[in-house]
Design a protein around this ligand. Structure first.
Ligand code: HEC
Ligand code: HEC
Ligand code: HEC
Ligand code: HEC
Ligand code: HEC
Ligand code: HEC
Ligand code: HEC
Length: 636
C-alpha cells in the first residue's frame, strides 16, 4: 500500500509539474541581494579587446554556428564533450539491463533496479523483507543523463525544476550498474541536490534561480551538452557581422578564438572545467556562468589546490595540475608555452588507429630537435609503434572520475607504484593555495581563501574542522564588515562559528542573512538545524516551514519540522511531516523512528507496528534487539 501510494504521488507530482512551473514563472520574484556598488564587472573592461565578452551580448546557439562551420560542427559532434549531458531519449544506448550487468543489484541493505521505458529511464530503490516483499520504495523517472559514457554515466531527476542525482550509476568499462561514487560511504538516495557547480562543468548553460540550492529557470538546459560558445564566448555579434558579410582583416574580434589568446588565458578556457582542485569559490558579486572565454578565470572563480609540498607525486589529480608539473610545461616560455591544445584538438578526438601518429606529431612540434635520448632501435624493441605516449604518458592507474587516467606529468620514465600520499592537511600548515597565484586584491583573496577553508573543514574530522574555522573566522569577519551583503561569506562565517561551538553567535549571523534575504535556501536549512540544536523549537519550525515552501523536494527540512513538532508533542503534526519526509526518503531511520513514536502516542498501535517493522528492517542488525525491547515497552 505504501509503495502504491508513493508511486501514485510521484505520478501525480509529474502531472502537476507544468502547473507548478507556470506558477513559479508568474509569481513575484524574491529579489536577490542588491548588486554591490563599486564592484566592477570584468566583462565590461574586457569588452574593449573582445567585444563579445560584454554581458549584454547574447548566445546564438550551436545550430547557428553549424550553418557556416559545418565541418567543425560535424567533427565536434563526435567528441565526448558534445555528449556530456543528454536528454534520456537522445542518450547513446550504452547501458545493459540484464542480470549480467547487475540489474538488479543489492547494496547497503537496499535493492536497486533500472529499466528503460520508452524515452525515459526508471530507477528503483527499495527495501525488501526476508521474503522479498517490498517494504518501502522510491521510483524516479530519469529525463537527463550526465556523461558520454567513457568512465561513468550519472542520472538526473527533475522535480519541478529542481535537479537531484540518482544513487545509481552505469560503469561502462565494467559493464555494470552500481552505487554512484561516494555513495558507499554516504548513501544520499535520490536526494543529492545537483548544484550549479556540477552543471557548469557538464552542461552547456543553465540559469540557477538566485538563493536556491538546485533550482533552475526553465527551460532547464540551454543546450544540453557543452557547446561552441563555452570555448568561444557568445556569438551574437559574430553571427550578425558574418551574415551581413562584413569583411574582416586579421583577427576577427567579434568571437574569441583561443588560439589568439596569451597561453594563460588560452588554458583558462579549458580550466573552466578541467581544473579539478580541492575547492572552487565563486567571487563576491559573481556567478558561475559569468565567466567568458578571453578573460582570466580567477576573476570569476577561484580554485584552491593542495600546496605542492603536500602533493609531491600528484598522481590522483586532474589533467591541469599534472600538466603544470611536467618538464615540457616548466621548460617552455611565451608563445611556445605548452598548453592543452598543444596536444589536443578541441573539436576532434583522434580515431584509435590515428592516436599514436597524432600525438607523436604534437610531441615533435617541440621535440624534433631535442628528441628522445633512447635510440630508435631500443624504442622499437620495446614498442613497435614507437609510441611517444605509451612510454611517456602511461596510464596513471586511476579509475576515479575527476582524476586523470593518462599521466599528464609526461615523465621521463614511467614510475612504479605511487608512494603513499603524505598526511594532509598538516596541522599548522596552510592546507590550500590558490591555483592562480599573484592576485593583487589582497582582501578579496583572503575572503576567498576563508570561504574555501570553511568548506574544506566541513569534510574533515571535528578537530581539523575547528582549526580551519579558527583560521577563517577573522578573515570572514573582516570580509562581512567591508561588505555586509556578501552572503556567501556570511554563510561561511555562520558555519565557522558553529564549528567553533559558538552557537548563539552563529545563529545571529544566519538571522542577519535572513534579515536581508528571507528566502535564502542554504541559510534557512542551516538556521533550522541550528535552532533544533539550541532547542528553540518555534524558530526551528518556522525556518523548516520556510525551507519546505521554497523546496518541498528536499527531505531534510521535513525531518527538522517533525523533530521540532515532536519536542512540542504535536503528534498529528509529527505524523504529517514524518510521512512527507519518508515519501522523499523512506530510508531515513530518524524520520521513521519519529513516526513510530508519534503513532504510539496517538494510540495507533496497528500502524505503529507496521512502521516499526520497516524501521527494524532498516536498522543495523546489532541494534534490532534494543529496538524490539523499546517497542515492546511502549506497547505496554
Ligand atoms: C554566417 C556565417 C557564420 C556563422 C553563423 C558563424 N561563423 Fe564563425 N566564421 C565565419 C567566417 C566566414 C569566418 C572566417 C573564416 C573561417 O575561419 O572559417 C569565421 C571565423 C570564426 C572563428 C575564427 C576567428 C578568428 O579570427 O580566428 C571562430 C572561432 C568562429 N568563427 C566561431 C563561430 C562560432 C562559435 C559561431 C556560432 C556562435 C560562428 N562562428 C558562427 C562565418 C560564420
Ligand atoms: C564546459 C566545460 C568544459 C570545457 C570548457 C572544456 N571541457 Fe573538455 N571535457 C569536459 C567534460 C565534462 C568532459 C567529459 C565528457 C564526457 O565524456 O562525458 C571533457 C572531456 C575532454 C577530453 C576527453 C575526451 C575523451 O577522449 O574522453 C578532452 C581531451 C578534453 N575534454 C579536452 C578539452 C580541452 C583541450 C579544452 C579547452 C580547449 C576543454 N576540454 C574544455 C568539460 C569541458
Ligand atoms: C570542475 C568541473 C567539474 C565538476 C564540478 C564536476 N565534474 Fe564531472 N567531470 C568533469 C570533467 C572535466 C570530466 C571528464 C574528464 C575527467 O574525468 O577528468 C568529468 C567526468 C565525469 C563523469 C564521467 C563521464 C564519462 O563520460 O565517463 C561523470 C559521470 C561525472 N563527471 C559526473 C559529475 C557530476 C554528477 C557532478 C556534480 C555532482 C560532477 N561530475 C562535477 C568536470 C567536472
Ligand atoms: C572545448 C572547447 C571548444 C569547443 C566546445 C569548440 N571550440 Fe572551436 N576552437 C577551440 C580552440 C581551442 C580553437 C583553436 C584551436 C587551434 O588553433 O588549435 C578553436 C578554433 C575554432 C575555429 C577557428 C578555425 C579552426 O579551424 O581552428 C572555429 C571556426 C571554431 N573553433 C568553431 C567552433 C564551432 C563551430 C564549435 C561548435 C560546433 C566549436 N568551435 C566548439 C575550442 C573549442
Ligand atoms: C610545447 C613544446 C613541447 C611539447 C608539445 C612537448 N614537449 Fe616534451 N619537453 C619540452 C621541453 C622544452 C622540454 C625540456 C624541459 C627541460 O629541459 O627542462 C621537454 C621535456 C620532455 C621530457 C623530459 C622529461 C624529464 O623529466 O627529463 C620528456 C620525456 C618529454 N618532454 C616528452 C614529451 C612527449 C612524449 C611529448 C608529446 C606527448 C612532449 N614531450 C610534448 C617541450 C615540449
Ligand atoms: C603532451 C600532450 C598533452 C597535453 C599537453 C595535454 N594532454 Fe590530455 N591527453 C594526452 C594524451 C596522450 C591522452 C590519452 C589519449 C587520449 O585520450 O586521446 C590525453 C587524455 C586526456 C583526457 C582524457 C582522460 C585521461 O586522463 O586520459 C582529458 C580529459 C585530457 N587529456 C585533458 C587535457 C587537458 C585539460 C589538458 C590541458 C591542461 C591536456 N589534456 C593537456 C596528451 C596531452
Ligand atoms: C620504448 C619507450 C620510449 C618510447 C617509445 C619513447 N621514449 Fe622517449 N625516453 C624513453 C626513456 C627510457 C628515456 C630516458 C632515457 C635516459 O634516461 O637517457 C626517454 C627520454 C626522452 C626525452 C628526454 C631527452 C633528454 O635529452 O633528456 C625526451 C624529450 C623524449 N624521450 C621524447 C620522446 C618522444 C618525443 C618520443 C616519440 C617520438 C619518445 N620519447 C618515445 C623511452 C621512450
Amino acid at each position: 500500500v505504501f509503495t502504491a501510494r508513493l508511486r501514485a504521488l510521484l505520478v501525480l507530482a509529474g502531472a502537476v509539474t507544468s502547473l507548478a512551473v507556470a506558477w513559479w514563472w508568474w509569481r513575484p520574484r524574491v529579489p536577490s541581494a542588491p548588486a554591490t556598488p563599486g564592484l566592477a564587472d570584468p566583462r565590461l573592461a574586457g569588452a574593449a579587446e573582445w567585444p563579445n565578452v560584454h554581458p549584454d551580448v547574447a548566445y546564438a546557439g550551436d545550430e547557428a554556428c553549424a550553418g557556416c562551420h559545418a565541418t567543425i560542427a560535424r567533427s565536434y559532434g563526435a567528441h565526448p564533450m558534445a555528449h556530456s549531458v543528454s536528454p534520456a531519449e537522445a542518450a547513446s544506448r550504452i547501458e545493459e539491463f540484464g542480470a549480467r550487468a547487475r540489474n538488479p543489484f543489492d547494496a547497503g541493505g537496499l535493492r536497486y533496479r533500472v529499466e528503460r521505458r520508452g524515452d525515459v529511464f526508471v530507477h528503483h530503490e527499495s527495501l525488501l523483507d526476508a521474503q522479498g516483499h517490498t517494504l518501502a520504495e522510491v521510483t524516479a523517472e530519469i529525463r537527463s543523463v550526465v556523461g558520454s559514457g567513457q568512465r561513468g554515466r550519472a542520472y538526473l531527476l527533475d522535480r519541478d525544476g529542481r535537479l537531484f542525482q540518482s544513487p545509481i550509476t552505469w560503469y561502462p568499462q565494467k559493464h555494470l550498474w552500481d552505487l554512484s561514487p561516494g555513495y558507499t560511504q554516504k548513501n544520499l538516495h535520490f536526494t543529492r541536490p545537483v548544484i550549479p557547480e556540477c552543471l557548469f562543468c557538464h552542461a552547456n548553460r543553465v540559469e540557477p534561480v538566485a538563493d536556491t540550492t538546485n533550482r533552475y529557470v526553465p527551460p532547464l538546459f540551454r543546450g544540453h551538452a557543452i557547446g561552441c560558445e563555452r570555448c568561444h564566448g557568445p556569438g551574437e555579434l559574430h553571427v550578425r557581422a558574418r551574415q551581413e558579410g562584413t569583411e574582416v582583416e586579421g583577427i576577427d574580434r567579434t568571437i574569441v578564438n583561443p588560439r589568439h589568446l596569451t597561453p594563460a588565458l588560452r588554458d583558462a578556457v579549458c580550466q573552466q572545467c578541467h581544473l579539478q582542485g580541492q575547492e572552487r569559490v565563486v567571487r563576491r558579486g559573481r556567478g558561475y556562468f559569468d565567466y567568458r572565454p578571453g578573460l582570466p578565470l580567477e576573476e570569476f572563480l577561484v580554485d584552491f589546490v593542495k600546496p605542492p609540498e603536500d602533493n609531491p607525486d600528484p598522481k590522483f589529480v586532474g589533467t591541469v595540475e599534472q600538466m603544470h608539473r611536467s618538464r615540457c610545461y616548466l621548460g617552455t616560455r611565451g608563445e611556445q608555452k605548452l598548453g592543452c591544445i598543444s596536444c589536443h584538438d578541441p573539436h576532434a578526438r583522434p580515431a584509435p588507429h590515428q592516436q599514436v601518429a597524432h600525438y607523436r606529431d604534437r610531441c615533435l612540434n617541440c621535440h624534433a630537435g631535442r628528441g628522445c635520448s633512447l635510440p630508435l632501435e631500443a624504442r622499437r624493441a620495446q614498442n613497435p609503434d614507437d609510441s611517444c605516449i605509451a612510454c611517456h604518458m602511461p596510464a596513471t592507474g586511476s579509475d576515479v572520475n575527476h582524476t586523470s587516467i593518462t599521466d599528464h606529468r609526461i615523465p621521463r620514465r614511467a614510475g612504479g607504484a605511487a608512494p603513499p600520499a603524505p598526511p594532509w592537511p598538516r596541522p599548522g600548515k596552510p592546507p590550500l593555495v590558490p591555483f592562480h597565484p599573484g592576485r593583487k586584491d589582497f582582501e578579496e583573496a583572503q575572503r576567498d581563501l576563508a570561504v574555501a577553508l570553511v568548506r574544506l573543514g566541513d569534510r574533515q574530522p571535528d578537530q581539523v574542522n575547528r582549526w580551519m574555522a579558527g583560521e577563517a573566522l577573522p578573515l570572514l569577519e573582516a570580509a562581512v564588515t567591508r561588505h555586509p551583503d556578501d552572503l556567501a561569506a556570511r554563510d561561511a562565517q555562520g558555519d565557522a562559528l558553529w564549528s567553533q561551538g559558538r552557537l548563539e553567535e552563529a545563529m545571529a549571523v544566519y538571522e542577519g542573512t535572513l534579515g536581508q534575504v528571507p528566502r535564502r535556501e542554504f541559510t534557512l536549512a542551516r538556521a533550522s538545524a541550528l535552532a533544533l540544536r539550541l532547542k528553540r523549537m518555534d524558530l526551528a519550525e518556522h525556518y523548516a516551514r520556510e525551507a519546505i515552501d521554497i523546496n518541498p523536494w528536499r527531505w531534510e527540512p521535513h525531518l527538522d519540522l517533525a523533530t521540532a513538532l515532536a519536542e512540542r508533542r504535536d503528534w498529528e503534526g509529527v505524523v504529517a511531516a514524518g510521512l512527507k519526509c519518508l515519501e522523499l526518503n523512506p530510508f531515513s531511520i530518524r524520520a521513521r523512528g519519529l513516526l513510530v513514536n508519534a503513532l504510539l502516542r496517538q494510540g495507533q498501535k496497528v500502524r505503529a507496528q507496521a512502521e516499526f517493522e520497516v524501521l527494524l528492517a532498516l536498522s543495523p542488525s546489532e541494534k534490532r534487539e534494543a529496538l524490539r525491547t523499546w517497542f515492546a515497552r511502549q506497547l505496554r
